[in-house]
Structures are given as C-alpha cells and as structure tokens.
Design a protein around this ligand. Structure first.
Ligand SMILES: Nc1nc2c(ncn2[C@@H]2O[C@H](COP(=O)(O)OP(=O)(O)OP(=O)(O)O)[C@@H](O)[C@H]2O)c(=O)[nH]1
Ligand SMILES: [Mg+2]
Length: 283
C-alpha cells in the first residue's frame, strides 16, 4: 500500500467558491453517503477549521470571506484520504487561500516565497470561477466616441489594474503558475462554481467556458503542453443562499445535505462533489 502526498492548489479570485467547496468536500469525506470514492482514514490536524466551515455550509449560512479571518489569509489544509476502491492512502494538501492573494499576484507582479514553494510542490490546480462574479470585457464598439461627444473624454475613468476583465487576469495568473511549477503539462481542473445558477441553460461546462470566457478557453486549449484541462460545473451549496430566504430554507431543511450537490461533467450530472479532485489525482 503506497502512502504518498498529493499537493493541489485551490486557485480563484475572491468569492469564487473555494471555501464552500472545501466545506462540502469535508462533509462528503466524513459523512455516510453511499458510494463514496474517498474517505478520511485519519483526522486532519485542521479539523477545527474544517468543522467550522462544514457546519456553516450544512446550515446554509454564509461562510466568512477567507481574508477577514484574523489569524491568516491562508489556511493550510492537510487531509488523510483513502481511495475506497484501491485502498490506496495518500495525503491531500489543499491550502485554502483568500482570493485577494491572487488579485495581488496580478496587480503587484510579486509572489511570496512561501507561495512559490506551494506552487513547486503542486501536482495539479483546481481553478475556481463564479459565473456571477465575472468582470466582462469591454468591446471596442463600446469605447467609440463620436466627435459630438468629444467633451466626454475628459470624464473617462482612469485605468485601474484591479478592474481588468476576469479572463485576462486569470490567463496571466495561470501563466505565472505554469512558469514556476515543475510538472509539464499541469493538470488543471476548472471548477465553475454556483452551477445551480447556470444549470437552467443546460450547457456542458466546457461550452459554457467557450461562450463566456473565450480568451481563457483559447489559452487553455491551445497550450496543451502547459495544461491538461477538464471543466466541471459544481454547486457545493445546491442553490442560492444569499438574498434568497426561501431557497435557503428549502436547502437547509433537506434531511441529507449531500443531496444538495450538483456536479456536471460533460453531459453527465451527478452528486460526486469530489470529482474535480478525483480527476486531478488520476492524472
Ligand atoms: N448559488 C451558489 N452560490 C455559491 C455556491 N458556492 C459558493 N457560493 C457563493 O459564492 C460566494 C463566495 O463563496 P466562498 O466559498 O466564500 O468563496 P471563496 O473563493 O472562498 O472566497 P474568498 O475566501 O473570499 O477568496 C458566497 O456568497 C457563496 O454563497 C453555490 O454552490 N451556489
Ligand atoms: Mg475562502
């Protein structure tokens, strides 16, 4: 039985669902759900943090922004897992890092030494995107100014680097990661979170990416020597709990919280919340 360590990065701009996913994953690992792929064979040293986020998740309460926690914006999380089918045991290291950290990588062009070590150790990345938090690109047509409107030029907002479109920021951040890591290509599990909010469109996650973030899509599929890509639509909560009391009540009253999971992988819809990590582990 080989014991080994797999180290993955949870990467994502602020409020993209990283902590909610981790909370849901921890529920899955420690629950009695049938047909689990992985179980926790030994308690994590980060159990207090994991229990805290899991309890909020199970009650459908909003989880604190990771950055607002007093002690740190980076929560080390080390899980001791066993693959149920093969009985292989391994350590899964998934630091829960605040999204602001990734915005700062883009705006300041700097990495902390510690983070560099995280990247060097990583054998895969789970990149989170929240469809309702995307800053869209501006079309050239939107910026055309007629002679009559000339005076308006004076009123244009100054450029703010933190306000560039989401996909530009992500391509840049991903390229940084590619340059500094040791595995080529890097397995990249792209998690489109809050999938419950797009689910009605009945679209495969890869197609969603192509239509909504074409630059990011093209960057990822045209650089197979950099990334091996798989796209998942994931709802860790099962629905909207913010500003929707009825939906929150419906979700919170479900007997089995694991029934809330929605995972879309291609055209397949299931409740296997660990799928994005399972795929990374298999690479
Ligand atoms: N509808 C819906 N909203 C979700 C889901 N998962 C997360 N959210 C919402 O997305 C927002 C951000 O969730 P977090 O899990 O805190 O995101 P994060 O990436 O950890 O954010 P930072 O720690 O700030 O970087 C919250 O308002 C959540 O309620 C989901 O499955 N469905
Ligand atoms: Mg967080």
């Amino acid at each position: 039985m080989g014991d080994y360590k797999r180290h993955f990065l949870l990467l994502g701009l602020p409020a993209t669902g990283k902590t909610s996913f981790l909370a849901a994953l921890y529920y899955y690992l420690t629950s009695n759900l049938p047909d689990r792929k992985f179980i926790e064979y030994k308690k994590s040293a980060n159990t207090a943090y994991l229990n805290k986020i899991m309890n909020l998740w199970s009650k459908c309460e909003e989880i604190d922004r990771t950055v607002t926690q007093i002690d740190s914006s980076n929560k080390e999380v080390l899980l001791h897992l066993e693959d149920v089918d093969t009985k292989t045991r391994f350590e899964l290291q998934v630091p829960d890092i605040a999204g602001e950290h990734f915005v700062a990588q883009f705006t300041n062009r700097l990495w902390e030494k510690e983070y560099k070590h995280e990247v060097e150790k990583a054998s895969g990345i789970a990149l989170f995107l929240n469809p309702s938090k995307i800053r869209n690109h501006v079309l050239l047509d939107d910026t055309q100014i007629d002679d009559d409107d000339f005076e308006e030029v004076e009123e244009l907002e100054p450029f703010k680097i933190e306000e560039v479109p989401t996909q530009i920021m992500l391509v840049d951040i991903l390229n940084y990661h590619y340059v500094h890591q040791n595995k080529s290509p890097i397995p990249l599990s792209l998690v489109i979170s809050a999938w419950d909010e797009v689910e009605s469109e009945n679209i495969a996650p890869l197609d969603w990416l192509q239509y909504n973030l074409p630059l990011l899509y093209q960057y990822l599929i045209s650089n197979p020597e950099k990334f091996t890509l798989r796209v998942f639509g994931v709802s860790a909560q099962g629905g909207k709990i913010k500003d929707d009391d009825l939906e929150k009540e419906r979700l919170a009253s479900m007997d089995e919280p694991g029934e809330r999971f929605i995972v879309r992988d291609g055209n397949n819809i299931n409740k296997n919340i660990c799928a994005p990590l399972q795929w990374l582990i298999a690479q």
